[in-house]
Design a protein. Structure first.
Length: 95
């Protein structure tokens, strides 16, 4: 088991100190960068909201993005459907 390392991150102008696995540092920093960029985007497009509103909008966006199938998952599903159709055709021929 590796040692956790301390990292300081800033989300929505607030600083947080986390302890994470060293191999996770790059992905955590990329994720924080994406979140902060989205917050800035929403602040630009939705003037007059408070920071909690922006963070909530980004949270909803981020959670929705995680639910979308990846291209690999889509390809796998399509391939499985084609194989099932082929199997059905073979079953009909062999009966």
């Amino acid at each position: 088991m590796s040692q956790l390392i301390p990292v300081n991150i800033t989300v929505a102008d607030r600083s947080f100190r986390l302890r994470i696995e060293p191999e996770d540092e790059e992905i955590v920093r990329k994720t924080i960068k994406t979140i902060n960029e989205k917050i800035t985007e929403y602040k630009t497009n939705f003037v007059g909201k408070d920071m909690q509103d922006y963070v909530s909008m980004v949270l909803l966006w981020f959670a929705t993005e995680q639910q979308k199938p990846t291209p690999g998952q889509t390809l796998q599903t399509e391939s499985l459907e084609k194989l099932n159709r082929i199997e059905e055709m073979l079953d009909k021929v062999l009966q």
